[in-house]
Write a protein that binds this ligand. Structure first.
Ligand SMILES: [Zn+2]
Ligand SMILES: [Zn+2]
Length: 439
């Protein structure tokens, strides 16, 4: 039985677990039920936002359903062939927004949702998202991933009150999108494992109920994964619900720990390089899927490590932060600056702090191995899931040279103030050798 969170009860972890998403409509023909929900929110005039692809697929159906129910609509369709999450896109939607509208309905996926969350937040009206593909877990999140002045940032916005996943629409999307969606889900093997490890090593907040909720939803979607290629309705429903659940899990926990770890940073490093140098990128979920594959490989190597205090201390003594900063700048360009600045605040490379962490790691080594064993599938098990959906097993498939994997993997430890596997390997003084051996 799936865990249910009561927003009026304090969990044993000390937090009250709640999400801002009030309703989800996940079923065949869900679009026909939208007018009922719009009326429930007291709205009389909808501002529908779509792009040239999503309008014919679903936007028009939404508009027709609303107008048939006597709800007026203003429609804005992004004029660009490829909509980019930047100032221009948000600005275009804001300038087209009609003050007499009292609800925003986004029709699309990542970028449209990100732009509409900002618009609805600024306009101060309820927000519905009508998904056109099950390809990432950001539907429920209260923030928007944007590019401002060419740099990737996260902007606080608002969560949708209602998420609509019409299975007929979702199963009409190309299967590569469902593969990407599953990729974003598979990340949860890594995220839950790293969350537990940081709880053990650093005493970071952790909630077993939220972790178990995430594991259950991941399992349900992996059990159904093979059906995605056949466009099976049950498989699509499991995937889309899982993606909403995992967005909600981050709300429950009040942090991104349940949703992502190093594999998401792996994806962001590829995005940053793409922005800076025009190198190849792929969808969020596909990059996360590949990042998860490399993370699973590295995690499976941990059991072959014999922790050694002297070796770890010697490694840290010889670590040259200036040289590492230079490599970061060279590899990801201007996006490296906030990562380098973060160290001044965080001091993760400080020898004294390292020595303290190292003692905990050595003392709790058996627990670390047990957690990895409990959370991370074997490489064979993981690759079997990828085979079931005919997903790639090398970064080469998205046009990135496999020789870059070690450096991408190492960059992930500097991305945010989050204890991820490459940090544990650095703490043990084995980061370089594990990269060399595994990738
Ligand atoms: Zn809890
Ligand atoms: Zn994601």
């Amino acid at each position: 039985m799936a865990i249910q969170f009561d927003p009026n009860v304090v969990c044993s972890c000390g937090k009250v677990h709640k999400t801002m998403v009030e309703h989800r409509l996940v079923k065949n023909g869900a679009i026909n039920e939208i007018p009922e929900y719009v009326k429930m929110y007291g709205a009389k005039k909808a501002f529908i936002v779509a792009d040239m692809n999503t309008y014919p697929i679903a936007g028009e159906k939404v508009k027709n359903a609303l107008e048939a129910a006597g709800i007026a609509c203003v429609t804005y369709i992004f004029p660009d062939k490829r909509v980019i999450p930047n100032e221009k896109t948000v600005g275009g939607a804001v300038m087209a927004y009609n003050k007499s509208c009292d609800i925003v309905i986004g029709v699309g996926s990542g970028v449209i949702n990100d732009a509409c969350k900002i618009l609805a937040n600024v306009a101060g009206v309820p927000y519905f998202i009508v998904a056109t593909a099950a390809y990432m877990d950001g539907y429920a999140s209260g923030s928007s991933s944007m590019e401002v002045n060419g740099v990737k940032v996260t902007i606080p916005a608002k969560s949708p009150e209602v998420i609509v996943g019409d299975i007929d629409v979702l199963n009409g999307a190309p299967t590569f999108m469902a593969k990407a969606g599953l990729g974003d889900m598979l990340a949860k093997y890594v995220s839950i494992c790293e969350w537990r490890l940081s709880n053990l090593i650093n005493g970071e907040y952790y909630c077993e109920d939220v972790a178990q909720f995430t594991r259950d939803t991941l399992k349900n979607c992996v059990d159904n994964a093979a059906g995605l290629l056949k466009r099976d309705d049950v498989a699509m429903e499991a995937l889309f619900n899982a993606l909403i659940d995992c967005g909600a899990a981050m709300d429950y926990a009040g942090c991104s720990r349940p949703g992502g770890g190093l594999e998401h940073y792996f994806c962001f490093v590829l995005d940053m390089r793409g922005l800076e140098f025009g190198t190849p990128t792929s969808s969020h979920g596909m990059q996360v899927l590949l990042g998860t594959l490399y993370a699973v490989k590295a995690f499976n190597e941990v059991k072959n490590i014999a922790p050694n205090r002297e070796k770890a201390l010697e490694f840290v003594k010889n670590f040259d932060f200036e040289e590492w900063s230079r490599q970061l700048r060279e590899f990801i360009g201007q996006s490296a600056e906030p990562m380098i600045k973060l160290e001044a605040k965080e001091k993760k490379y400080d020898p004294e702090k390292h020595a303290k962490r190292l003692e905990v790691i050595l003392e709790k080594w058996d627990d670390i191995l047990r957690i990895i064993d409990e959370e991370i599938p074997s490489v064979e098990e993981f690759e079997a899931i990828l085979d079931a959906i005919e997903a790639p097993k090398s970064i080469e498939a998205i046009g990135v040279e496999p020789e870059l994997v070690p450096m991408i993997f190492k960059c992930t430890k500097d991305f945010r103030d989050k204890y991820v596997l490459p940090r544990l390997l650095w703490d043990l003084g084995v980061l370089d050798e594990v990269c060399e051996k595994v990738f």
